[in-house]
Write a protein of this length. Structure first.
Length: 144
């Protein structure tokens, strides 16, 4: 009769590999500095209102902060809030949330809101989330 020896092995605890090395929701380190971020907007169409805040072709979460500053500055000045959303081809929940919050704040501050354009994409996205009335896109949505 043969004698069998029992051998036990201990399993090492594995630490999971990191998929990414940074938090994607945190601000990049270079933006934590006190230097102002400068954005440039060039309006080539002479028909565009020079006082309008041009939303450009995209208003997604990564671009919200830049537009927020322009909207806030206009609200604080007390001037009419004129928004040009005619070129929007891409917008997400964060973009719509920014616009809704800004428009509600404009109402609270008794600042007049005017749209000088709203793309079909913007109107459709607002409609899907039930924000057409809040964003005051009723007349523009019917004209588009």
């Amino acid at each position: 009769m043969a004698i069998q020896k029992k051998t036990t092995t201990t399993k090492k605890k594995r630490t999971p590999k990191k998929v990414i090395e940074h938090d994607p929701l945190s601000m990049p380190e270079e933006l934590h500095e006190e230097e102002p971020v400068i954005t440039e907007s060039i309006i080539s169409d002479s028909k565009k209102n020079s006082d309008a805040i041009d939303l450009g072709g995209s208003l997604v979460i990564s671009e919200v902060e830049a537009i927020r500053g322009d909207l806030l500055e206009t609200l604080q000045s007390g001037k009419d809030l004129i928004i040009d959303g005619a070129e929007i081809e891409q917008i997400d929940g964060a973009g719509l949330q920014l616009l809704a919050a800004c428009i509600l704040e404009a109402e609270r501050m008794h600042v007049t809101l005017k749209w000088c354009g709203a793309s079909q994409t913007l109107c459709s996205a607002a409609d899907q989330l039930g924000l057409t009335e809040t964003l005051q896109l009723n007349e523009i949505g019917q004209a588009a």
